[in-house]
Write a protein that binds this ligand. Structure first.
Ligand SMILES: [Zn+2]
Length: 156
């Protein structure tokens, strides 16, 4: 499915970036959980199994050394997690901005100045109207394909 407008192209690219960020964040969360458990086990005096160390590129080694290595890896993973979560929030905001109706900026209503002569003088008054672009939804018109992708994003 090809995007047909600039907004759809931007939305599609941002959705893909968010999908990538979500899978990286999930991976980092799992890894930090595993490392937390390994450090906990080490503190209890249990040597970790080789199969638990392999995904972290670690080989069995003296426990004190292993604990130091794990703490170092954990720090790096947590910093990466923090960075990706912050990028995720930025992209989420960007996507919300892209999806907003460009005419009413998401309010669903527009203000219109009209002339009023009811009291003999001409005055202007502000009248609100349902936005003619989005019909009051505040959302930008997007293809069903993009709307489906949006629904599948676990961001709400
Ligand atoms: Zn609108």
């Amino acid at each position: 499915m090809k995007p047909t407008t600039q907004a759809e192209e931007d939305a599609l690219r941002t959705i893909r970036e968010i999908q990538d960020l979500i899978s990286t964040i999930e991976k980092l969360r799992t890894e930090t959980e595993i490392i937390d458990r390994l450090i906990h086990d080490l503190n209890q005096g249990y040597a970790p199994k080789e199969q638990d160390l392999k995904p972290l590129d670690l080989t069995p080694q003296p426990l004190t050394l292993l604990k130091l290595r794990l703490r170092g890896i954990q720090e790096t993973k947590k910093a990466a997690l923090f960075e990706h979560e912050s990028k995720f929030r930025d992209k989420k905001e960007l996507l919300e901005d892209i999806m907003r109706c460009p005419v009413c900026r998401g309010h669903g209503i527009t203000m219109k100045r009209v002339y009023d002569r009811s009291d003999g003088r001409i005055t202007t008054i502000a009248k609100t109207e349902i936005c003619c672009q989005c019909g009051g939804t505040g959302r930008r018109e997007m293809s069903d394909y993009i709307k489906d992708l949006m629904r599948l994003l676990p961001i709400n």
